[in-house]
Design a protein around this ligand. Structure first.
Ligand code: HEC
Ligand code: HEC
Length: 304
């Protein structure tokens, strides 16, 4: 209701002020004593058995009433009603924004300090790690799990095995810009037989027995031709691409209900597209440093 002169604006204002005048009039009318009769005497009318004396209204009660009227009118002058803005120009949105700004300012000062420190420096600061843990719980636990141990498609952050590198700089990079793993599907290129062969070879890379040992040699040839470009000649992975190390028996996509061999074949058939969202806008540099320190520290607690 921005327009003072719009119907509803006038309606609300006239109703409000009108009722104030009406209440004032009511008090004035009720205040009068009946001059024809002496005070302290019962008047002759009766309402359902209730009778009244011919006494003036108590002073304190009257003044309280006048007080509320003055208060109400003052409130109307200062605060908005209908299209009337009030002389203070107060709005609920404005107040919220002001409070949010003050809040942000208070925390930004703290986070600015942390943004200027390195992750290594924060590692010795138990307060910083505690704040990092809270940021983690609110933003990351959903996917990486409370303990940081990940889940199907969500990397374990505690095991010192990294898709994109585990140095403080690389973790900050991951959090700031996000990451997108791109592993293409190979159904049409390799067919089911090719996929079986290369899967058998991949099993042996991490010390597992091949499901079908006869296929390992051909699988290795295929691997070198098709997969080595991303996963490396020896299967050690490539952190620039986020291509996992296939030799360490740590699996990002391992549904426990089926065998490892089947998991690998599903990956090869359909490809994988893990997405880690970017947090620069949501968290800002200070909070990212704090949560990076917390994550980096997780790994230190559990070196493998
Ligand atoms: C929506 C789910 C999701 C959320 C929320 C999320 N992540 Fe991730 N994160 C992923 C996925 C998926 C990957 C793996 C990306 C890939 O497969 O290439 C990943 C990867 C990472 C990596 C790289 C791991 C490695 O091995 O290199 C780190 C570090 C990480 N996340 C930390 C965090 C932190 C800290 C937060 C909270 C600020 C967070 N993530 C929030 C899904 C998420
Ligand atoms: C273009 C680069 C690229 C090529 C080529 C590629 N991969 Fe991948 N591979 C990736 C990436 C990146 C991931 C991680 C996907 C993700 O994070 O969601 C991955 C994931 C995997 C995984 C899942 C690992 C796990 O921990 O669960 C397996 C297994 C795998 N690749 C095997 C292969 C094999 C075998 C080939 C060859 C037939 C191959 N890849 C070809 C990039 C590649």
């Amino acid at each position: 209701m921005d327009n003072l002169w719009s119907f509803w604006s006038l309606f609300v204002i006239i109703m409000t002020l009108g009722f104030m005048v009406a209440v004032w009039w009511l008090i004035e009318a009720a205040k009068k004593v009946n001059a024809q009769q002496p005070a302290n005497e019962l008047l002759d009318h009766e309402f359902d058995g209730i009778r009244e004396y011919n006494n003036p209204l108590p002073k304190w009660w009257l003044w309280m009433f006048y007080g509320t009227l003055v208060f109400g009118f003052g409130y109307f002058i200062f605060f908005p009603l209908g299209g009337w803005q009030g002389v203070l120009n107060w709005t609920s949105v404005g107040q919220l924004e002001k409070e949010q700004q003050a809040h942000e300012q208070r925390f930004m000062d703290t986070f600015d300090t942390y943004a200027r420190l390195s992750v290594e420096e924060l590692l010795n600061d138990s307060t910083a790690l505690a704040i990092g843990q809270r940021i983690y719980a609110q933003n990351c636990a959903l996917c990486h799990n409370n303990a940081g141990t990940g889940g199907y498609g969500f990397p374990n952050l505690t095991n010192n095995d990294w898709l994109y590198g585990g140095s403080p700089e690389q973790i900050v990079q991951t959090l700031t810009h996000g990451r997108q793993g791109v592993m293409p599907g190979f159904s049409s290129q390799l067919g089911e037989i090719g996929i079986a062969q290369v899967s058998n070879y991949v099993l042996t890379l991490s010390g597992h027995e091949a499901r079908n040992p006869d296929q390992v040699a051909e699988g290795q040839v295929l691997y070198q031709a098709v997969c080595a470009a991303c996963h490396g000649d020896e299967g050690k992975g490539n952190q620039a691409l986020g291509a996992p190390n296939l030799t360490n028996d740590i699996w990002l996509y391992a549904n426990p209900e089926v065998s490892l061999y089947d998991n690998i074949r599903v990956t090869l058939r359909h490809g994988r597209m893990g997405v880690m969202p970017a947090f620069d806008e949501l968290l800002g540099a200070g909070r990212i440093n704090l949560v990076a320190a917390y994550v980096y520290n997780l790994r230190q607690e559990d070196p493998q």
